[in-house]
Design a protein around this ligand. Structure first.
Ligand code: CP
Ligand code: NVA
Length: 314
C-alpha cells in the first residue's frame, strides 16, 4: 500500500505512469466515454481548511470513475471535538478505500497515514501541496512537452527553469521537491524571512535544483514558467497586514513576464488576488494557463486515485 503525502513519495518513473494515465483519462472525459474502474470504492475527503478546487476535483473525479465520496469537515465531525487522530484514522479507514486530507501540520497527515488501512492523499498541508504541483507539471507538459503521439514527455522537463515569486510556502516547498526529482531548476524569490523551507522539503542548501534571488525580476529572467501564490496562506491570516507590506514588491507584473522567455507560461494554483501577488493583465493575459491548470487537478487526481487503488493500468 502506498500513500501520497509529499511529492517525493513517487519516483520519476511513477510520475511518467500517472501522467500518461491522466492524459488518457482526460481524453475519455472529453469524449463522454464512460470509465468506471472504481465501482464500489469510496473516497473519504477530510477538510480542516476551506477549498473549492480540491473538493470539486476529487469529488467529481471519484464519481466519474464510478466510485463515491464521503465529505467530512472539522466542524461537522468528531475531529473538531478532540477525538484522537489515530482513532479517527483507524475507524474511517475501515469503511472507505481511500482518504484525502487537507489539514494544517504535515505531522497530522503522517499520523493519520500511520494508522490507516488504506492509502492517504495530501490535499494540502502547511508544508506541501503535491496534488497541485502534479497538475501544474501536467499542464506544462500538455502545453510545451508532448511527444509525437500527443503524450506528455517528462524527460523534456530536464533543464527547464521555473520562477517562483512570493511566499516560500507549501507550493514553493513542493516545487523544490519536484525540481530535485525531475531535473529542472526553480528560481526562488521571496522577501527575506519568508524563504522556502528547504530543510522540511529535504533539499540541501547546495542542491543544483534551486537558486535564490533577492530580486524577483532576476528570478524570472529566461524562465520557462513563472508562478506565484497568495501572500497569505490559509492558517496565517493573523499575519495579513504584515505580509501585505513585506510582499509589496513580489507581484508578477508584465515587466516580470517580459524578463522570462517569450514562450513562458504563467501559473497560479488559485484562488488569486489580482493586484496583490499578480497583475490582472498577467493572470488574464495570453501566457496564463490557470484555467487549464485548475481543470487538470481533476484529471491528474483521477489518475492518482486509479494508481493508488489499482496499481499500474496498461
Ligand atoms: N488550488 C487549490 O488547492 O484550490 P482550493 O483551495 O480551492 O482547493
Ligand atoms: N498556499 C495556499 C494555497 C491555496 C490552494 C494556502 O495554503 O492557502
Amino acid at each position: 500500500m502506498k500513500h501520497y503525502l509529499q511529492f517525493k513519495d513517487f519516483s520519476a518513473e511513477e510520475y511518467a505512469q500517472v501522467f500518461a494515465r491522466a492524459a488518457i483519462i482526460k481524453r475519455k472525459f472529453k469524449a463522454y466515454e464512460k470509465y468506471h474502474p472504481l465501482v464500489d470504492r469510496t473516497l473519504a475527503m477530510i477538510f480542516e481548511k476551506a477549498s473549492t478546487r480540491t473538493r470539486v476535483s476529487f469529488e467529481a473525479g471519484m464519481y466519474q470513475l464510478g466510485g463515491s465520496v464521503v465529505h467530512l469537515t472539522t466542524g461537522d465531525s468528531q475531529l473538531g471535538r478532540a477525538e484522537p487522530l489515530e482513532d479517527s484514522a483507524r475507524v474511517i479507514s475501515r469503511m472507505v478505500d481511500l482518504v484525502m486530507i487537507r489539514t494544517f501540520e504535515q505531522t497530522k497527515i503522517e499520523t493519520f497515514a500511520a494508522h490507516s488501512r488504506v492509502p492517504v492523499i495530501n490535499g494540502l498541508t502547511n508544508e506541501f501541496h503535491p496534488c497541485q504541483i502534479m497538475a501544474d507539471l501536467f499542464t506544462y507538459l500538455e502545453h510545451r512537452c508532448l511527444d509525437d503521439e500527443g503524450m506528455p514527455d517528462l524527460n523534456r522537463l530536464r533543464g527547464k527553469v521555473v520562477a517562483w515569486v512570493g511566499d516560500g510556502n507549501n507550493m514553493a516547498n513542493t516545487w523544490l521537491q519536484a525540481a530535485e526529482l525531475l531535473g529542472f531548476t526553480v528560481h526562488v524569490s521571496t522577501p527575506s524571512g519568508y524563504e522556502a523551507q528547504t530543510k522540511i522539503a529535504g533539499i540541501s542548501a547546495d542542491s543544483g535544483c534551486w537558486r535564490s534571488f533577492s530580486d524577483p525580476l532576476q528570478a524570472c529572467r529566461d524562465a520557462d514558467l513563472v508562478t506565484t501564490d497568495v501572500w497569505t496562506s490559509m492558517g496565517f491570516e493573523a499575519e495579513n497586514e504584515v505580509r501585505r507590506k513585506a510582499f509589496a514588491d513580489w507581484r508578477v507584473t508584465r515587466q516580470l513576464m517580459q524578463a522570462a522567455r517569450p514562450d513562458a507560461l504563467f501559473m497560479h494554483c488559485l484562488p488569486a488576488h489580482r493586484g496583490e501577488e499578480v497583475e490582472a493583465e498577467v493572470i488574464d493575459g495570453p501566457q496564463s494557463v490557470v484555467w487549464d491548470e485548475a481543470e487538470n487537478r481533476m484529471h491528474v487526481q483521477k489518475a492518482l486515485m486509479e494508481y493508488l487503488l489499482l496499481g499500474r493500468v496498461a
